[in-house]
Write a protein that binds this ligand. Sequence first.
Ligand code: BGC
Length: 747
Amino acid sequence: MTENAAAGPRIEQLLADLTTKEKVGQLIQYFYFSIPAGAEGVDPFMARQPQAVEAALAEGSVGSLLFVTDPEQTNRLQKQAIEGSVHGIPLLFGFDVIHGLRTIFPVPIALAASWDADTIERAQAVAAKEARAVGIHWAFAPMVDIARDPRWGRIIEGAGEDPLLASVVAAAQVRGFQGSELGAPDHIVAGPKHFAGYGAALGGRDYDEVDLSDQEFWNTYLPPFKAAIDAGAGNIMSAYMDLNGVPASGNHWLLTEVLRDELGFEGFVVTDANAAKDLQTHHFAADAADAAVRALNAGVDMEMGVFQPAFETLVAAVDDGRVSAARLDEAVRRVLVVKEKLGLFEQPYVDVQESVRVLADTGHRDESQRAAERSAVLLRNEGVLLPLSAESLTKVAVLGPLAGSKRDTIGPWVFDFDLDETVTVVDGIRERLAGTASVTYEQGVAEPKRTFPSMFEAFGDSSPSAPADFDADAAFTRAVEAAADADVAVIVLGEQQDMIGENASRSDLSLPGDQQKLLEAAVATGTPIVLLLMNGRPLDVRWAAQNVPAILDIWYPGTRGGSAVAALLFGDAAPAGKLPFTWPRSVGQVPIHHAATRSHAPDAQGKRYWDEESTPLFPFGHGLTYTSFEYSEVRVDRDGSGVNDTVTVSVNVTNAGDRDGVEVAQLYLHQRFGTSSRPLRQLKAFRRVEVAAGATQTVTFEVTPEERRYWSAAPHDWVLDATVFDVWVGGSADADAHAEFTVAVDA
Ligand code: BGC
């Protein structure tokens, strides 16, 4: 549908019949918190919210609700909406379906580490099915914000630093959520967020201002949104922060010229929670009424309102002409079209019995385990400690507070999980070794804690704490003794799930609490140590990278995380994930990413700090497996072709080990000269390949003109240079198999 073009007859009739107040109601989304009667310590506004929302439903002036996940409740509220509206317009229910609803999948950064679009699409299809079964129509996901600063807690929700990988992941998620088309059965609307540039918050401080150059904006931060929109995303969420001094949610250039005119987005735009009202907080809008007008006129269609949404004031703004009737209708039309496409006018309710059956489907838990196995990244494996041989072990020690924590295993941004079916690392190892080896679990140190509560504590959700009588010295001693006494010790360290995510930025990347001390003491016993990292951002593991033979990043692996980890440790599955970000040595190197340009004194490029290397601890794209791969004979088919031609690059990938394996072969490009200086290396293509032990496979990549095109600050436009390219193919951004090719001006 093009802007302002007529929708179907039902929608056009509604637009003719609705009052201004009813139209404005369609543009408001309220939070609906199900607060148990008599609950203590509840914010008084929150406590009054359900009554206020139900009063608005009775007047037929609500477009959407969020945070309702109980199917009986969605049916009840839907009925109120339909009966309250003279026109019987159903509600749209939205929710943060980030990495699963009931079945929790690995966190999004972990899914991205699989570099496997099929796995990602399957994960979000399961999430969509569960969500739709309980009456949710729309996910506030995927988060497609590029993140190059691991201090920013929301790095966990995205696909990391690279625009190509993030674009592939974004499109896969949209396909998973939405299926073949908007309105496909068992699927929901995808809402890529937060438009745009939110990941570049100054200092990694969540919600803080973003100052992005045009080239960063077009070349790095926008591509994943473009990919998500091209994949058909039905919604976009606007962001909280200022973009170059103009709040994203009141930014006409961003929400209309870029989003609609450049990217061709045709769905509806919702603000982030409270972001319209927030235009006052930014000292941008004079008052709530001004904020509503500026958000709507900038291109927002729906306000996600926490309490008393600013959009409630729009009736007056339409009456006095600050908002045109045409703009109001355009926004309402976009919202109604989605409701129609989802079939809500015909079937607004869900079958509660069916929802119970869908949520109980153990096949969903199997999918989650598969995704966790594919997401893990083997960072180090000195002396080929992994995989462990279950047959030769009699005593295994498992250490660390995260190893036994169900809540941490599934990670942040989940609400409808069932902890009873969550498998921790200790559970998974015990199950795998049942009857063959003894498994001792010692947490060793107290759970590290945040210095102020996470925003989700208000919902009663937080990571576990050590009991008041926790004897730290005794626990530490027991853990070290268990390690000393074992054939191998598996130690799980990282951040508790509430230390990362929204409003969970950190100024430091070290292992929180006493975990480093426990690690060093465990290593000092001389027992072989496997370090499992539970994290959503790179942590400072410089010491471990020198002193611990095996390091496996398991992220927050989800409902069946422990089973996946056990399968990986004992070689029933092999890790094949790759880092979606560059792993810094310490926080002082931040920001650091692989696509940097070259500049003065390149020989000293490795010595940009006198007190630290300037290379990362692990490069972007790094990840080992239980065999090894060699790359040779990079070939280019059309050296000397025109700028508008696609160049095909082939490489031989040899599995040099004695076990079949999976490798993500990555192609990096470097443009030697041109209109701008271009990154020394930039990911331009990748393929996940299975190669049998000892075999060689030819892998082919297409390097399209689109991949060589970039936005340049010289002409302030897109360019495609005739120039010479270096191409490297390998298993990480340190790839060294090389070729070069020239592209000439088209004849
Ligand atoms: C977050 C969004 C989220 C919304 C609704 C906001 O605080 O920034 O990503 O979708 O809350 O929960």
